[in-house]
Design a protein around this ligand. Sequence first.
Ligand code: UDP
Length: 390
Amino acid sequence: MEADRSTDFLIIGAGFSGLVAAERLSSAGWKCVVVDRRNHLGGNAYDGLDAAGVLIHHYGPHYFRSNSRRIVDYLSSFTAWHQVSYTIKSHTRGRYWSFPINLNTFEEYLGRPSNTAEFTTWLEQTRIPITEPGNSEEVIISQVGRELYELFFEGYTLKQWQRHPRELDASVCGRIPIRTDRDDRYLSESFQALPKQGYTAMFETMLNASPGVELHLGMEFSEARARWKHKHLIFTGAVDEFYGRRFGPLPYRSLRFEAESFSAEELLTREAIAGQPGFWQPALQVNYPGPEVPFTRIVEMKHATGQQIGASTIMREYPKNWTPDDEPFYPIPAPEARAAYERYATLAAAEPATSFIGRLATYRYYNMDQVTGMALAEADKLITLYGSNL
Ligand code: UDP
């Protein structure tokens, strides 16, 4: 196909990184074409109402959190926020546990009341001293010892990644806080909230504020590249795919979701378990670390969105080996996967007029705020390089 059209920036991927970069560049007067092979905005943060009218996250829970005022301020131009304290539980040995590990969990483990001093002493005696934890097993056993590690982390991690915690970077299980007080929030960042009308609505507002951005959904990268002449390409897809997997495919982990909706009436039978009417389970997310079920967690998003609706929807999450027909959800945070990525990173770094940003293009287990920060920084860099076009 002849490149019969032209744009300043051709941006591949309409997720967080692609849309933030497009908004910034368009605010500097540059024309941007954003394409995505999927038929919706927002990448894996895509959300919307399901058939029961419940607001769900189609690709698993996306809990926005950040310690960066700058990033929160930036996104606040496009959305109001619904403050949430993300609370979750773990379900194992036939019961619910307070999670992440905190003083309540310790009391549940002991079967009697305790206090921070006792828990701290117990941890000192139980933890396995390791000065510099080098993997995900060490990072947990060095804080809480083997028993709690086996109870909450080993099985979950084996299911989620199909590899032993020993074979994963310390940062994977190290993401999960461990506290000796009663703070049972899943996350520790200072800002924790969801876009009030959802991520998709936030991205739509972002696009409406960017008249210089043209969006094409359902279009492959190869087609877009052939169609639009461009001065610079921003690629947010999988970096190995960009290079035709010439060094072999990078490993990814994928997921399969199973949604189930319940009417207000059906939920009446769950009231004792959920602890309140209108819900199916007692928390936003319940983790299932044990091998007795094949899923890792069940998410009931209505707990977090605050949506006023009688029905509710739960999503069971089944980890899955990635094949080229699946969405790649996670890069594998492990030394040999990173080494394989480095070969592609070397090629990417040498591209004169292509930027690689986002979780897939940089092969990093990044959260949404980190991806936003990366896109803001790249847009600043490009505006310095090409100047403003206002
Ligand atoms: N994890 C675990 N048990 C849990 C929760 C998490 O072992 O109950 C480990 C697991 O390896 C997981 C990682 O910690 O992949 C990070 O968990 P998080 O909930 O942050 O994962 P994400 O939401 O990004 O899938």
